[in-house]
Design a protein around this ligand. Structure first.
Ligand code: SF4
Length: 274
């Protein structure tokens, strides 16, 4: 991977962010398997050509710092930042858990409020259940509960007064359901040989909608899935209303996918190349 520092960030910051390791064939982490197979496939295939600017990794610094500090605060009888490795059907499967304590696995995430409002992500369920399996297989330790502790990095107190659904504090814990992760692991290991295009869910796709807006209001009166439905509302409500299209987007492809420049399924690829 080619690292650039186009914004001249200080060396101390660049060093603290660190660099991701080159993927090794048939060695997969719980995080790899919780992400789309296509991402990992393209990462392995194009690793030496991938370009990443260190300024795009600033939030990793925040995440690294948070993990470092929270590890210091772990209870004495807890397992913190434990790296576990096992053989699974001929491949190497690994995971580093943030915390195991009293049969509870906890994972810390720094995430946006928007992401939090969308609810828990399926990849979190896969990731934490692989950790649970690793604890059992490698150390013989059982886990009764899985939790995500999220720090909401863009939380604003002022918004708590305006929106009843807005989180009240910048921290939130979510329980993750316990499942058997092996069907997903088997499917993923099979798929990565010839990966499917990422699904709408894997791309974190937000649908295009049509908002019915009153006058100069900034909040929509109605949000519709079709333009025709929105037009019907405007006809009913009267002339002071209008329809505004809210263009959908594939958020992961657009902002959060390191291999997007090599992905033929990236809807923004031509725009990025232009
Ligand atoms: S660019 Fe989008 S479709 Fe392609 S690998 Fe990344 S997330 Fe998947």
């Amino acid at each position: 991977m080619i690292y650039t520092n186009q914004n001249n960030l200080p060396e101390s910051v660049v060093n603290a962010i660190g660099q991701p390791r080159k993927p090794v064939p048939e060695r997969y982490s719980a995080t790899d398997i919780s992400n789309p197979p296509l991402q990992r496939y393209l990462k392995e295939k194009h690793w030496d050509e991938l370009t990443q600017d260190v300024s795009d990794m600033i939030w990793m610094l925040f995440g690294n710092a948070m993990h470092y500090v929270l590890e210091k605060g772990s209870p004495d009888n807890a397992f913190a930042e434990e790296k576990l490795v096992m053989n699974y059907k001929g491949i190497t499967l690994s995971g580093i858990t943030d915390l195991w304590h009293n049969k509870v696995i906890s994972d810390y995430k720094t995430t946006s409020v928007y992401s939090f409002l969308l609810g828990d992500k399926p990849e979190w369920t896969v990731q934490l259940n692989i950790y649970r399996m690793l604890y059992y297989v490698v150390l013989g330790m059982e886990t009764d509960k899985l939790q995500i502790h999220a720090i909401l990095r863009d939380w604003q107190k002022s918004k708590t007064f305006k929106d009843a659904n807005y989180p009240k504090i910048a921290f939130h814990s979510v329980d993750i359901p316990i499942i058997d992760p092996t069907p997903h692991i088997d499917y993923w290991l099979d798929d990565i040989k010839n990966p499917h295009p990422c699904t709408a869910e894997e791309r974190w796709e937000r649908e295009t909608t049509w908002a019915v807006m009153k006058g100069t209001n900034k909040t929509a009166t109605k949000v519709c899935k079709t333009e025709a439905e929105a037009n019907l509302y405007v006809e009913t409500f009267g002339q002071n209303y209008k329809v505004v299209k809210r263009q959908g987007e594939a958020i992961r492809c657009k902002t959060y996918c390191v291999v997007s420049q090599f992905c033929e399924h990236n809807p923004y690829r031509e725009l990025e190349a232009a």
